[in-house]
Design a binder for this molecule. Structure first.
Ligand code: ZN
Ligand code: ZN
Length: 604
């Protein structure tokens, strides 16, 4: 026997009561029942049953009722666009409500072209758009291109909707998603009144392009205008700006605003908080939020695992991973990148090998080039160069420059000239003209006393006129991020910073520090090389922080490149001489310098 769901029982009731000679009152009553049934639909199957009732009662002739049918079918979570379209097509004279609904449905269904086509058809029929028409259309444009967006903006202007706040917010969003921040800003500037959503849209526009400092500036402006009811999306944008800038104090402030403005954090906000704390160097705070989270999803675990990985806490990353499996969550490719990185940074070779196997055999995830890269790095760091090379040869895809560079770095540490030549050759074949590779290989030749080859590398480098990506280091002092480029003299406090560098070096000399000039690429004399080294951005940032922060407080630096070995030695000594914890995030990982040592154990 068939078991009826409540809704089936109700429709059954209507069918049973049906009478060919219905009174108008009865029809009205049934119509009411039908409409309430429509609202309680939970699947497109249930909806089809209700639709059948509408047809049976002859209610479909009225465009208003058909409109509600289209809305329910197109916009509900269980929505069925094909079915919604078939009802829409049967409406003889669809009005603005029906058009808006079907356009919105297509946008929700990610069918953006059809949404725009329907808008065109609507105009052909002479139906005037209203302020509900544009937000969905602009959303569609955000996924297409700014060209369509500009056209729709033209219509908005012509038809006089330019001062409608919802439309304006949608315009800001659309331009932001199309990467046209200037247009976003122009719309924003013209607004008479701005809501939290307007600020949110503008901030999100900037964050999607990675304009983190601007993001935080806007966030500050927003607060000074007294607009504190920021939505979660805005706060998440602000948090990720702090994350990218490594601005821990600003991140803490944002966390404070969150606590004051939102009573219950959802999993997205909590995960962004963890990401911010961990990537700004405060791993413990990130861990404490993580452990207190009532509901964790796959992303929360992923963020925590890669956070532990970049701090070199491999064992803990593996234990968080076990917790995740115990909770019944499935790992994905990103989590395995985090795990392999964790093993590699902590030198956990057998654990790393096990992860690599488990990923394929147990979780059926095909390793990507990133997974191979991490594993080759792991083996290389452990000195298992032949095994690393064998793995490269067994890769199903063409190894990229990252993979060869991992091998080359390992060759330098373990002084393997033969493999270094192979890796270097492959790198140059790949046409990745990276100055660092020439330097690395020339250093390997120097180690092996092959001076001619070394000179050849240096010459090649000079002939190709390769320059490294300009390095910068950022340091946060009194909630303001200060950025220093190598050899930089543009900072207002520049004189004091260079004076401080002198003092630092004077003290370093007593500790036996000798500048490692092999890091300088330029073909200049030894004295000039030393000078070049002194003004690496990381040293400028640390000098600035030593001047402007109180004794004993932690200095946090974020830089865009991998730390050079000279800066590494230098920072270790500075941490001892000045009795400061210095935490540096470079392109690959965190280095916690304390009392003359670094958490990476000199392998990074
Ligand atoms: Zn350096
Ligand atoms: Zn280190």
């Amino acid at each position: 026997m068939m078991i009826r769901t409540p809704i089936q029982q109700q429709t059954h009731l209507i069918i049973a009561q049906e009478d060919p000679l219905q009174s108008p009152d009865l029809v009205r009553l049934k119509e009411k029942e039908c409409l309430s049934l429509l609202q309680s639909c939970k699947s497109s199957e249930q909806f089809k049953q209700v639709h059948a009732q509408f047809l049976k009662l002859g209610l479909n002739g009225d465009p208003r009722r058909s409109g509600s049918l289209v809305a329910a079918c197109a916009l509900s979570d269980w929505g069925n666009m094909d079915y919604a379209c078939s009802i829409f097509r049967q409406i003889e004279e669809p009005g603005i409500f029906e058009f808006n609904t079907i356009i919105r449905g297509h946008v929700k269904d990610m069918d953006f072209q059809t949404a725009l086509l329907l808008y065109g058809k609507m105009l052909e029929r002479g139906i005037e758009p209203d302020n509900f028409t544009y937000p969905s259309l602009l959303k569609a444009c955000a996924h297409l291109s700014a060209v369509e967006g500009l056209q729709i903006h033209g219509h908005v202007f012509k038809l006089g909707f330019e001062s409608d706040m919802f439309v304006q917010n949608s315009l800001i969003n659309m331009y932001g998603k199309c990467g046209e921040v200037k247009h976003s800003f122009r719309v924003f500037e013209k607004m008479d009144g701005r809501s939290g959503a307007s600020w949110g849209a503008l901030i999100a526009s900037h964050s999607s392009l990675g304009l983190w400092s601007e993001c935080l500036r806007l966030f500050g402006d927003m607060s000074s205008e007294g607009c504190w009811r920021a939505n979660e999306r805005t706060l998440v944008s602000a948090l990720s700006s702090c994350t990218h800038l490594g601005a821990l104090d600003l991140g803490r402030c944002t966390h404070g605003y969150l606590l004051r403005n939102i009573s219950v954090f959802n999993v997205i906000v909590e995960t962004s908080l963890i990401d911010m704390y961990v990537k700004c160097g405060s791993l413990e705070k990130g861990l404490s939020i993580f452990h207190k989270m009532p509901n964790k999803n796959q992303l929360s675990y992923s963020v925590m695992i890669s956070g532990l990985a970049i701090h070199g806490r491999g064992k803990e990353a593996l234990s968080v991973f076990s917790d995740m499996l115990e909770e019944g969550l499935k790992p994905d490719a990103v989590i395995y990148v985090g795990l392999l990185t964790a093993c590699s940074h902590a030198g956990l070779v057998s654990e790393g090998r096990r992860c690599f196997d488990r990923m394929r055999l147990e979780h059926h995830i095909e390793p990507t080039i990133q997974h191979y890269g991490c594993t080759i790095d792991l083996l290389g760091r452990a000195g298992l160069l032949d095994e690393a090379y064998d793995l490269i040869k067994s890769m199903p895809m063409e190894p990229n420059d990252v993979v060869w560079r991992c091998l080359l770095s390992a060759c330098r540490v373990y002084q393997n000239l033969e493999l270094a030549k192979i890796a270097g050759g492959k790198l140059f074949q790949l046409d990745q003209h990276n100055a660092g590779d020439y330097v690395l290989l020339s250093n390997i030749y120097a180690q092996a006393h092959q001076w001619e080859d070394m000179a050849r590398m240096r010459k090649d480098l000079a002939q190709r006129a390769l320059t490294q990506t300009p390095g910068f280091s950022a340091v946060e002092v009194k909630r303001k991020v200060h950025k220093f480029v190598s050899q930089d003299k543009s900072h207002p406090d520049s004189d004091a910073v260079y004076e401080m560098i002198h003092q630092m070096e004077w003290q370093l000399r007593f500790k036996g520090y000798i500048p490692d000039t092999s890091q300088v690429l330029l073909d200049v004399n030894e004295e000039e090389k030393k000078q070049q080294l002194s003004f690496h951005s990381q040293k400028l940032a640390i000098a600035f922080a030593l001047i402007h922060t109180s004794h004993g407080s932690t200095i946090r630096v974020v830089k865009n490149l991998r730390m050079c070995s000279d800066c590494h030695t230098y920072t270790k000594l500075i941490s001892k001489i000045f009795e400061r914890s210095i935490i540096v995030r470079d392109r690959n990982r965190f280095h916690h310098f304390q009392d003359g040592t670094c958490s990476c154990s000199d392998y990074w």
